[in-house]
Structure formats: C-alpha cells, structure tokens
Ligand binder design. Structure first.
Ligand SMILES: Cc1cc2nc3c(=O)[nH]c(=O)nc-3n(C[C@H](O)[C@H](O)[C@H](O)COP(=O)(O)OP(=O)(O)OC[C@H]3O[C@@H](n4cnc5c(N)ncnc54)[C@H](O)[C@@H]3O)c2cc1C
Length: 501
C-alpha cells in the first residue's frame, strides 16, 4: 500500500534530532489503529515500540498439541463479540469489519443454547435454573438503567442482584450466575460495578441501547485470530515499528518525552502515546520520571484488571459431551465451571482438544501452581463429571497462559469496580503535560475489556493527537480533574437539604 507523505509542517514542528514526533508505546489493537489514524491524518513520523516479537498484543495465538495433531488455539482474545451491521441490528463492530476484510475464518458461537450440564454427581440437568438466571441477568441490567435515570449511586453488581432478589446459594445457582457474570467480566459481582457492567453489556450486545447485536463469532483461523490486525498493520514501513523493544522508563516534561528501553537505548519524541494495559500501568514494570501526577495514579489504581484463563488439553480421543459448551457446578464457586469442546463439527473435529476457563482470583491462584498440578485438578473434575467412566486417559498436552504474572499484561482485561467514578475514567484518558497520551481498551467507557474498545480508543487517540500536532489545539482535549471528590455522602447538611426538596 502507498503511504501518504508526511506533511512538511509535521516534520518541521518536530524538534531537531528527535527520533520521532510520536512514540506509540505498545503494538496491540489500539496502538496499531492509532498509527493508522495518524497516517490518515498525514502524520507518518511515528514509531511503534513493542516488547514482543510480533504485533497484536493480547491477540495471542499458539500452535498446540502433539506433532501431527496440532491446531492453532487462542490463549488470548478469541471472539468478535457483538457483530452488528445486519438487518434490524446496530452498527457493525469494527473488529468484525476487519475480520471480514481479511477473510479470517470464524464460526458462529452461541453460548446461550445447547449446553451440557454437570454437577458433583455427574451429568445433571439444571436448565430451568439456567434459564432463570439468564433472565435475571437481563433484569439486573434493566434495573441498573433505571438507577441511571433516577441519578442513583452506583453499587456492586452483588448489591444489584440482592435488590432484584437473586441470591445464589446452591452449586447449580452459583455455576449459572458465574456463567452469566464472571465468565464475561473475569471478576465477581462483588468486584464489579452494577451500572458500568450493565452498560458494558448493553453497548456491545443490546441493539436497543445502541449496541451491535447479541451475536458472537469465534475465530478458528489457523493463521491465528491476530491475522486481522497484523494484516491491517501491513501499511507500516519497517522504520515505523520496533519489535523486541521493552520500555523501561518514560521521562517527560512540557518539552517532550524520552523513552528508555531495557537495553539502554534512548528514544526522543515530542509525544508518547501509551497503550500498555491497565495492569502494566498499575505495576512497576514501567517507571515514570517524574512520577505521574497523583490524579493519574489514583485513576490507574482505581480501575481493576480481571484475569481470564483458558486451559487447553489434548487427549488421544474425545470422550466428552457433544455440545460446544458444558457447565460444571461445583460446591466451590468458580472451580473449573466452564468447559468448551473444540473437538466439535463447528471447530476442529478429531482434534481431541477441550478447554476449561477460570477467572479472577481462581486464575491468580492457578498461576502459582505447576502445569502438572493444574492438570491433576482438571482431571479430578473430569472424573467427577463422568463418574462411571473408568478409562479416562491423561491428556497428551496442556497449555495455559499466565496473564496475571505476564509483565506485558498483568491480567487479561480491565473491569470497572463500583468505587471507580466517571471522573476517574476521564483521568485515565487525560493527557499529562500535553505530552503523554493514553489509549487502550481500559480507556473505553462504553467497551472496556473488548477488542472493539481498543479499536475505538486507538482511533480517538489518533484523531485527537493528530489535531494537536496539526495545530488544531492540544490544551482543551483530554483535560483532567485535579481531585475526584465524592463529598455528597459526607456533607450531611446538603444531603438533608436534598431530601427535604
Ligand atoms: C484471555 C483473554 C481473552 C480475551 N477474550 C476476548 C474476546 O474474546 N473478545 C474481545 O473482544 N476481547 C477479548 N479480550 C480482550 C482483548 O484482547 C483486549 O481488550 C485487547 O486486545 C486490548 O488491546 P490493547 O491495544 O488495548 O492492549 P494490548 O493488546 O495489551 O497492547 C499493548 C501492547 O503493549 C505491549 N507492552 C506492554 N508492556 C510493554 C513494555 N514495557 N514495553 C514495550 N511494549 C510493551 C504489549 O506486548 C502489547 O502488545 C481477551 C483478552 C484476554 C487476555
């Protein structure tokens, strides 16, 4: 593809001797889409700095299984969630647009029908409870919407469930609640905002709320799901990307930024666009000189990072359920509750591959175990699911990614807790000294956690930064709140005055 030429005024604005006008830190979806947007706006003097040996970030495909029986599996993102663009649907999800553009092979994946069910006695049927909880989840989001209209405070999704009288106690109830909630947010209802989790769902899946559509597509492309973004990145010239480059320190002032890599290389630029995950920002893998202002640090530390772990196993042959998905109801909430079969007509028949998903605290727990210890726990569950089967073989391969301990992610995707305020979120996106810009899925108010959240944030940051560089003004974009105040509950007089009205 031919690139538009860099505009002369961009080049002349760049102080002499700098390595680029913009350093884009991180080459995931948001970094690449920001680069694409800058290019469309005539700014080509940027460089993407990426730690890994390829672009794509949390799109992470791996060849898995025994030689001769290998398949490409996705240890990171796997679904386009909310497709849209069709008759009676909302707008098209931009990830779906790219998936179609590059012919990435996907299959429709329906995770609310045709589910096998198990409990501690073996196969079980609790589909009535499942249907009830699916309905209850919708009620939870509707009740959250009603709170917004009345301007009522946010609380946890657990409070929300309590207020609509949903109080799971039995293993079956806990498993289906887990399936409708934690399996999406990678954290518990206690750890999640009632209102933000509801809008997060609606803006993606609910057409009436402006969402795309309720449909999901699962990538089975043997080039990897990452193909859609790596193809989209092919416009980049070699000098615009630096792989295997781990950022250690970001030094900034009103004049510009200096980025120091772990190998000591120093890169200077007018602006840095930081696309690292929220988890990376929360930990000390990257340091800031000077330290980030308190309003930024508070915003970063106030949102949360969920962890979502898929544990793949390959067996000599399939011995399990014929559906795509099974739910296992254990006495312990969150203990290997969701199983997905890839040895299925829709996916990779004959592959012998199945995977279990755990999230949140359970993910962090198993990251401390060895693969063999996790395998033993999974086999224990399979024996519980199939008590009469005496010849269940051991898996020939096992694979899972330790997202929580990965210094390039520190978790899987962001989640909005009840103690995280709108002003915090504005501060997450706000620029520092007009030189440090921020993007990534966690910056998306509507779509945090999703690939399309990363896409929209990359586009918006690219547009606003281009406007700033092109002389359209930097000052009034992405302003911050110096302090996030929540005085109301503590100002008793105001509160009483409000009540008297
Ligand atoms: C297990 C899992 C399952 C998921 N499932 C789905 C799904 O099915 N559908 C969906 O829509 N979303 C899903 N997501 C979320 C989705 O993957 C993310 O929202 C999206 O990929 C984030 O893109 P990003 O550009 O914001 O961040 P990233 O992809 O994290 O990009 C940031 C980049 O910065 C790099 N980096 C980090 N630290 C440094 C450093 N010090 N120096 C240099 N580079 C650095 C990283 O390597 C990375 O490439 C899933 C995520 C995970 C982990």
């Amino acid at each position: 593809a031919t690139l538009p030429l860099a505009r002369d005024d961009n080049l002349s604005k760049r102080s002499r001797g700098k390595d680029a006008t913009v350093l884009i830190l991180g080459g995931g979806v948001s970094g690449i889409i920001a680069a694409k947007t800058l290019t469309e706006k005539g700014i080509t003097d940027f460089k993407i700095i990426e730690a890994r040996d390829e672009l794509g970030g949390r799109l992470h495909s791996e060849r898995f299984g025994e030689p001769g029986r290998q398949v490409t599996v996705e240890v990171g993102a796997n679904w386009v969630q909310g497709i849209g663009g069709g008759e009676g649907q909302g707008p098209e999800n931009p990830i779906w647009t790219l998936v179609r553009k590059y012919g990435v092979e996907t299959r429709e994946s329906s995770y609310y029908s045709n589910i096998a069910m198990f409990d501690q006695t073996g196969p079980a049927d609790f589909s009535d409870i499942f249907d009830e909880y699916e309905h209850d989840y919708t009620e939870l989001t509707v009740a959250a919407g009603a709170r917004v209209e009345k301007n009522l405070v946010d609380t946890t999704a657990r409070t929300g469930y309590g207020l609509i009288n949903v109080k799971p106690k039995t293993p079956h109830e806990m498993a289906v609640e887990y399936y409708t909630f934690d399996w999406e947010y990678a954290q518990t209802p206690e750890q999640s905002s009632w209102i933000a989790s509801s809008w997060g769902n609606n803006y993606t899946f609910d057409v009436a709320s402006g969402g795309f559509s309720p449909d999901n597509q699962l990538s089975i492309d043997q080039r990897g799901f990452k193909t859609f973004i790596q193809k989209e990145a092919e416009f980049l010239a070699p000098h615009q990307v630096s792989l295997n480059s781990v950022v250690k320190t970001i030094t900034y002032s009103g004049e510009g930024v200096t980025v120091t890599l772990v190998d000591g290389t120093k890169l200077e630029a007018d602006y840095a666009l930081v696309s690292f995950s929220l988890g990376v920002l929360q930990h000390d893998d990257v340091t800031w000189e000077p330290e980030l202002p308190e309003w930024k640090t508070e915003a970063v530390q106030s949102m949360s990072m969920g962890t979502y772990t898929k544990i793949f196993m390959q067996f000599p042959k399939k011995f399990w359920f014929d559906t795509e998905i099974a739910i296992y109801a254990d006495r312990v909430r969150g203990r290997y509750p969701v199983w997905q079969s890839l040895d299925h007509d829709n996916y990779f028949p004959g592959s012998g591959v199945i995977f279990a998903t755990v999230t949140g605290d359970w993910s962090e727990r198993i990251e401390a175990l060895t693969d063999a210890e996790v395998q033993a726990e999974l086999m224990d569950v399979l024996h519980t699911m199939y008590p009469d089967m005496t010849d269940i073989p051991e898996p020939t391969s096992i694979l899972f990614h330790r997202w929580w301990n990965d210094p390039l992610t520190r978790g899987s995707y962001s989640n909005w807790p009840a103690s995280f305020f709108q002003e915090h979120h504005d501060n997450l996106r706000a620029t520092v000294d007009e030189r440090l810009w921020f993007t990534g899925e966690h910056c998306s108010q509507k779509y945090f956690g999703f690939l399309h959240g990363a896409w929209f944030e990359g586009r918006d940051a690219g547009q606003e930064l281009a406007q700033c560089i092109n002389g359209g003004g930097c000052v009034h974009v992405r302003e911050h709140f110096e302090e996030v105040r929540n005085a109301r509950p503590y100002k008793v007089d105001d509160y009483n005055a409000g009540r008297r009205k």
